[in-house]
Design a protein around this ligand. Structure first.
Ligand code: ZN
Length: 462
């Protein structure tokens, strides 16, 4: 049923008219004279929730089917563990104020039609908030209840042209992408801007992760001490509520600040793609309660920074976000892809120390900050994906990556498959075989862009 039909059907059930004088669930039982626009808004809010539920049920079924099809083929039975979505048992929704239910909207106030408990009346409310940024339009406001207070939420909307998909954008040599390496230690995020043809333009080091981590660990330590002093925790009772709230707020705040800085940097350098790594699995740390919880929370924060950056980038003029396989991004040289030596200042230059600040490539003598090198590799990996589409799967997780690295046969069989394809030039096979494809790849990509440059020149001289 389309939106209009379901709305009419539901109105018939709730609203008395001449043609149907006795509806099944008359709204007049709840309150007299409910404004028509309020009724419609409420029905549409309910329909929206119902549709959201059915669409997530549909995608869940599709995932289940896919999973089962995959596991019967291999004769390896692994049950599908993901739980189906559940429709809400109780439902509480804020109804938007449609056009006739509010008037006199300006920067500092609005007049709303509300139910006071005995009648519908106009209520003037003051609004605090920033002015609307350029190019945005305001939608229907909504009153949202939080505890014993009411908040007025106003959605804002901006229309812009849908950007091209990453694969398409990456065929242009001048496309800029901003690759991000998220860390848990010194710098929370290291971003590097590069073009598709390999020019590195800028790097930014964001945030002091050590300070955040230290602050959080201290709070967690206080919780642990409080717990040991009070002994048993009453069931269903959240202990140390204030301290937990503080930890949550610090994490939330940092994730917002860092993601905003990432997007700011990306748009300052006119990039159109943001690249992150897939998160991989959480590797639990051993040690005290505060240490374990701290590492877990830091891991969650990485996910949060990614989510926030994704929507902020989209709103900053349609920057799209991609994720790549995280395998060895910090272990490979961005110039020649050989394994790097990672070390700390003042320590011997040998081996690989996880988390150390500096790196040196023994093959091409590249010296750089280790996180900067990693962020550049993250970006290169996305570019490589368009060159060699079969080499990396878009959703490859770290687990799968590990398996492949153990069994190099996987890579070889893919190679063989690609060799059969008639459209792949011999040069590409060659540079894949020795594993150092950048130089050759770059030349080819630039070659692909020559017609563009040529046509531009022609226009200029004609
Ligand atoms: Zn190198």
């Amino acid at each position: 049923m389309c939106q209009g039909e379901s709305l009419t059907a539901l109105e018939k059930l709730t609203h008395a008219t001449e043609s149907s004088p006795h509806p099944i669930m008359p709204l007049t039982d709840l309150a007299p004279d409910i404004p028509a626009m309020f009724r419609r808004a409420a029905i549409n809010a309910a329909l929206g929730s119902a549709r959201a539920f059915f669409s997530s049920l549909k995608t869940w079924r599709a995932r289940k089917q896919k999973h089962e099809a995959k596991h019967t083929k291999k004769r390896k039975k692994r049950p599908f563990r993901e739980r189906p979505p559940v429709p809400p048992r109780s439902w509480n929704k804020s109804v938007p104020f449609y056009a006739s239910l509010w008037h006199e909207r300006h920067t500092h106030g609005i007049v709303l039609k509300v139910w006071t408990g005995s009648c519908w009346s106009w209520l003037k409310v003051h609004i605090l908030g920033r002015e609307l940024p350029d190019g945005y339009a305001m939608g229907s406001p909504q009153l949202v209840r939080k505890g014993d207070r009411w908040w007025l939420h106003t959605p804002i909307e901006k229309t812009f042209e849908t950007p091209a998909k990453s694969g398409e954008q990456l065929t242009t040599a001048q496309t800029r992408l901003c690759a991000v390496d998220l860390n848990l230690d010194k710098h929370l995020a290291v971003c590097s801007v590069q073009t598709v043809d390999g020019t590195i333009l800028a790097t930014s080091f964001i945030g002091n992760g050590t300070a955040v981590s230290g602050c959080r660990k201290q709070l967690l330590g206080r919780i642990a001490r409080n717990r040991s002093q009070t002994g048993l925790i009453a069931e269903n009772e959240q202990d140390n509520a204030d301290l937990w709230a503080k930890i949550r707020h610090v994490d939330e705040q940092i994730a917002h600040l860092v993601s905003a800085r990432i997007v700011q940097f990306a748009s300052e350098h006119k990039t159109s793609i943001l690249v992150f790594e897939h998160l991989g699995n959480l590797q639990p740390e051993k040690g005290t309660y505060s240490r374990r919880s701290n590492s877990k929370r830091a891991y969650w924060m990485k996910g949060r920074m990614f989510r926030y950056a994704t929507y902020k980038a989209w709103h900053a003029g349609g920057i799209i976000t991609c994720r790549v396989n995280p395998r060895n991004t910090s272990r490979e040289c961005h110039r020649c892809h050989a394994a790097v030596i990672r070390y700390n200042q003042g320590h011997p230059v040998e081996g690989y120390t996880s988390g150390a600040a500096l790196c040196l490539c023994p093959q091409c003598q590249m010296r750089d900050h280790a996180d900067r090198n990693a962020s550049i590799r993250v970006g290169q990996r996305l570019i490589e994906r368009t060159q060699e589409p079969l080499k990396e799967k878009p959703h490859a997780r770290s687990q799968r990556a590990k398996r492949e690295s153990k069994d190099s046969g996987v890579g070889i069989s893919q190679d063989a498959k690609r060799q059969m394809g008639p459209s792949i030039p011999a040069a590409r096979r060659g540079d894949h075989a020795n594993g150092h494809g950048t130089a050759q790849g770059r030349r080819r990509r630039m070659g692909a862009s020559f017609p563009d440059i040529a046509s531009q020149l022609r226009v200029h001289f004609e």
